[in-house]
Design a protein around this ligand. Structure first.
Ligand code: M6R
Length: 613
């Protein structure tokens, strides 16, 4: 997940690029860079670390190249290659300079071909390779626009690029295919491209949301859109962003909850940056922090938590036991504290709480700490009571969560636990691959949430079709079981609809008696090792008349045919499926709540942090 800006117009470009990148820095800040035309040549300034480092390279001033009027910029979240200056964007290949957001899946194949044709890529990135493809096409006589169009057809995966060439000063070409790209016309003349609307709003509130397969040609004269495959000109409608102060706060979303669901990719990026030491070589170690020592010593882990945090801990149990073979117990804090539990030597008690202020969780931490048992906290709030009272703490970095429903804090809690599982498991087995996958997670969630992906539209359809249902069961096995619990909790909490989460195999031990045609069963059956068993449970409730909303792998035709409503998931490795499914159950509850007209951000009877027992 990276941030892109491109501009050509009448304004000093350095100011536009640095100002725009500042607003996009939430998308990644491993490294950053800008490229701009000085006369007919392109200059590049880039650096590892935050954007401020690039600002320093511009003689400390955004006005240092006042005559430059055309350029591109980038702020990076590294997926291929370490966050170094060499891997930072923009990348130059001869006279071609580009920035890229997303993943080129067939980069190894492309790299092999390029090397066999005598090219020498300088960085470890997949992005740089695209420049060679464009260069070759230009050397064969194509103009920049056609060269980008043709070269892009060789790429597999979801990404966006913005490209310039010294052969065509004053032209910026952008392509969207998966990763977002938005465009706007500068009222002073020229055009701007960016990964979201925020950098553009500074100049105009009328924007064009590029669709997948769009290619945009920007010049001093404005912007034109074309179909990437056919090259035919397209008419793209402007969207007027009429944002009130309140909406600016919610960044255009109708509710904080929705905004926070969409902030998950950025929250995952920030949490990864906080926990992993990504400067070191793969597989990335956990960043040195006192909590790591406590983890290393644990012979058994006991999680105590409430509500959504308890669900995150349940997912963590599956991961830690599976990957690290350390026994894990997950306890409801309100029960554990009064149960007089047995605490074995070597046990580590972990309080999991986004607010760090939940009374029951804190009470457990205090009590076990007084007994000399080591305690760890995982919280989103620096300085919270949990962070101060536990022996040590790990932070999620989800940023402020205003909606009472926990969304991005849940995903980031799961991420911390997956990193723990990977870290602890690495000592025992070869888990490098897992860390490579985790680094791609924010990007994967961003794709899943993008309107063009199909998942969001399917969820909206399902919500419309199911808004009158009298009750819901959410069922799943393995990692999907805690996600089923979370789905049911969300639906109760914000839509006030009765819902229960169940382990799929448990339905026939009682609750199946409730199934009839007014009951909806949400079946979480992604392509994992539990899929077939869950589908058998689906058949049992379907035979009794339940309406089925199935969530599964996009190519799972059998599952689709068994369902009344179908939500396809993009392909994902098994470890990352809980994150993708989480977005489904969050959005489903949200859409049902919108249709019911409830107070989504402040559901009745609830508070964001529960400081009483
Ligand atoms: O702050 P905590 O994570 O300790 O809060 C625990 C629960 O109160 C919380 O997760 C609650 O269940 C959420 N509002 C659910 O969305």
């Amino acid at each position: 997940m990276c941030g892109i800006v491109g501009y050509v117009g009448q304004r000093p470009v350095i100011d536009v690029l640095l100002g725009g990148l500042k607003r996009l820095e939430y998308r990644g800040y491993d490294s950053a860079g800008v490229a701009f035309f000085q006369d007919d040549l392109i200059e590049i300034r880039k650096s590892e670390g935050k954007l401020a480092n690039v600002e320093k390279l511009m003689n400390g001033s955004r006005n240092s190249y006042p005559d430059a009027r055309c350029g591109i910029g980038h702020t990076r979240w590294a997926t291929h290659g370490k966050p170094t200056t060499q891997n930072a964007h923009p990348h130059r290949t001869g006279h071609v300079v580009l920035v890229h957001n997303g993943i080129i899946e067939n980069y190894q194949e492309i790299k092999r071909d390029l090397i066999s044709r005598g090219h020498k890529p300088q960085s470890e990135t997949d992005s740089e390779l695209f420049g060679f493809l464009v260069l070759e096409e230009m050397e064969n006589g194509l103009g920049l626009f056609e060269a980008v169009r043709k070269s892009f057809s060789l790429l597999e995966g979801q990404c966006s690029v913005v490209v310039m060439s010294e052969r065509e000063p004053g032209t910026v070409v952008g392509v969207r295919n998966g990763s977002p790209l938005v465009a706007g016309l500068d009222p002073n003349g020229g055009a701007i491209l960016a990964s979201d609307a925020q950098p553009i709003l500074e100049y105009t509130n009328e924007v064009f949301f590029l669709e997948n397969g769009d290619i945009a040609l920007c010049s001093q004269g404005g912007i034109q859109f074309f179909d990437l495959k056919t090259g035919k000109k397209l008419n793209r409608e402007k969207t007027k962003l009429d944002w009130s102060v309140d909406k600016i706060d919610k960044q255009g979303f109708d509710h904080y909850m929705l905004k926070e669901i969409y902030e998950q990719p950025a929250a995952l990026v920030d949490t990864l940056n906080g926990i992993l030491d990504r400067i070191k070589t793969d597989p990335f170690p956990l960043a040195a922090q006192p909590g790591v020592k406590l983890l290393d010593q644990a012979k058994e882990i006991i999680f105590v938590a409430c509500g959504t945090s308890w669900h995150a801990a349940l997912v963590g149990k599956y991961w830690i036991e599976r990957l690290a073979r350390i026994p894990v117990n997950v306890e409801l804090a309100s029960e554990f504290r009064y149960r007089d539990p047995v605490l074995n030597p070597g046990a580590l008690v972990v309080g999991l709480s986004q607010s760090g202020e939940t009374a029951d969780t804190l009470a457990v931490i205090r009590e076990v700490k007084a007994k000399g048992i080591p305690t760890l906290g995982i919280t989103n709030v620096r300085g919270s009571t949990l962070s101060r009272e536990a022996n040590s703490v790990f932070y999620t970095s989800a940023g402020p969560e205003i909606g009472v429903a926990a969304t991005k804090t849940f995903s980031t809690q799961m991420l911390v636990l997956l990193l723990w599982a990977g870290y602890l498991g690495l000592k025992k087995s070869n888990l490098e691959e897992l860390f490579h996958d985790i680094v791609k997670l924010p990007h994967q969630i961003e794709d899943a949430l993008s309107e063009s992906n199909g998942m969001v539209a399917a969820i909206k359809d399902a919500a419309r079709g199911l808004q009158k249902a009298k009750g819901f069961f959410f069922i799943g096995r393995g990692f999907s079981f805690p996600i089923a619990l979370e789905g049911a909790l969300k639906l109760k909490e914000i839509a006030y609809v009765h819902a229960e989460g169940y382990a799929a195999g448990e339905l026939k031990h009682g609750p199946i008696a409730m199934i009839d045609q007014d009951m909806v069963v949400v079946v979480l059956a992604p392509q994992d090792s539990w899929r077939d068993k869950t589908v058998s449970n689906l058949q049992e409730v379907k035979a009794r008349g339940a309406k089925i909303l199935a969530v599964g792998g996009g190519l799972d035709q059998n599952l689709k045919e068994l369902s009344d409503f179908w939500i396809p998931l993009a392909p994902s490795t098994e470890a990352l499926l809980p994150f993708v499914m989480t977005t489904v159950v969050q959005l489903l509850s949200y859409e049902l709540a919108v249709l019911k007209g409830t107070d989504i951000d402040k559901p009745r009877n609830l508070a964001k942090s529960v400081t009483v027992e």
